[in-house]
Design a protein around this ligand. Structure first.
Ligand code: COA
Length: 343
């Protein structure tokens, strides 16, 4: 395994007038529990063939009793911190993108901070569903460029299976659990993040939502009995908006950097559905040899999917020094975004 050696010494980084922010290292963690399509066949009216053909998913991780979001976030973060060869106390910014926090208060990011000993960091949670990691990287990029932070830890971590209704076959086959983390820091000006954009449109809120448990519909016996704390999804509608939004925003970041889809070495989209990945790649004109997919093994892990994918790309040497990487995501909100990076 080869890890990026872009971790600049403090002196060198200080001397750089125009710094960019880049990913210095990554990490990932999963619960041991696995739910296969064969398991789901015994729970709802579905089949391995339907799930594989419609989504590309073969299995997903599922947290067991006593396991919670920050447990996996901390494991992924520790790997990233070690691989960046920094001390937790050097992390200035800690963003945990999640829609499945450990508890209502405080932020899961603060619980992670305490566990890691990242006591100097400003830590907060970011709720942008599946786009959370892209949102976090976009914010960290600006903080590092503005020299408000040297090292940022951006985590995407979810235990989605707690909010999945295992009698609803349209959602329960999609989601899985896991965590991914990245340390961002200063890199030379011609590498790192070249362009980043994030967007949202609340008019699509009802395409993927869980209405129970908040201040509008607090947790009552009635909301629990009605399953209002479970995710409800209009998958078919979401599919179309996702493909359009991810394609458009990918083209926007490429244009901003004066590059084209032909320049991309690796396309790492949010792992929502294999057919969404293929449709976006097709519209962009990126052939399958340049598209990363791990959805078969993990399902849709929401904000965790892109940092998990990046970590697997590094481990399997699919990412090489100075490769141009395009990441894009779409999620509940609706939210979407894209980050273009010279690795
Ligand atoms: N097993 C078997 N049949 C199923 C099924 C399942 N798990 N889920 C739905 N079906 C059935 C439907 O009931 C429907 O039957 P009908 O034609 O008799 O009414 C049929 O399959 C087609 O349903 P549809 O919803 O049109 O399927 P689809 O091709 O859109 O696939 C999703 C459904 C959920 C896989 C797909 O829409 C999707 O992945 N959407 C995006 C999800 C997503 O990314 N969400 C997270 C946001 S990032």
């Amino acid at each position: 395994m080869r890890w990026p050696t872009k971790n600049l010494g403090k002196e060198r980084a200080r001397k750089m007038a125009n710094i960019n922010a880049g990913v210095l290292s990554t990490g990932r963690a999963f619960p041991e529990g696995v739910l296969t399509n064969a398991d789901l066949e015994m729970m709802v009216d579905t089949s391995d063939d339907w799930i594989t053909t419609r989504t590309g998913i073969k299995q997903r991780h599922k947290a067991g009793e006593g396991e919670y979001t920050s447990l996996f976030a901390v494991r992924a973060a520790r790997q990233a911190i070690e691989r960046a060869r920094i001390d937790p106390s050097e992390v200035d910014l800690l963003i945990c993108a999640t829609v499945t926090p450990d508890q209502l208060l405080p932020a899961t990011a603060c619980l992670i901070q305490a566990e890691l000993g990242a006591h100097r960091a400003a830590a907060f949670d970011l709720v942008a569903a599946c786009s959370g990691f892209i949102y976090g990287v976009t914010l960290a990029n600006q903080m590092i460029r503005a020299k408000q932070a040297r090292y940022a830890l951006v985590i995407g971590a979810e235990i989605l299976t707690r909010y999945v209704d295992y009698t609803d076959r349209t959602t329960c086959v999609i989601f899985g659990d896991g965590a991914g983390a990245a340390i961002l820091g200063p890199v030379e000006s011609e590498r790192g993040i070249l362009a980043a954009r994030i967007r949202s449109d609340g008019r699509f809120a009802e395409q993927l939502h869980a209405t129970g448990g908040g201040t509008r519909l607090g947790t009552t016996a009635q909301t629990l009995n009605s399953g209002l704390h479970f995710y409800k999804m209009r998958g078919n509608e979401l599919f179309k908006v996702a493909v359009r939004s991810m394609t458009d925003i990918s083209l926007e970041v490429l244009k901003e950097a004066n590059l084209t889809p032909d320049d991309i070495h690796l396309f790492v989209p949010h792992q929502a559905n294999q057919r969404i990945t293929e449709a976006v790649a097709d519209k962009l004109g990126v052939d399958s040899s340049r598209v990363f997919s791990n959805i078969a093994m993990h399902g849709n892990t929401s904000s965790a999917s892109i940092p998990i994918a990046l970590d697997e790309c590094v481990e399997t040497e699919r990412l090489h020094d100075r490769d141009l990487v395009l990441m894009t995501s779409f999620g509940g909100g609706a939210t979407w975004g894209a980050v273009l990076m010279r690795w």
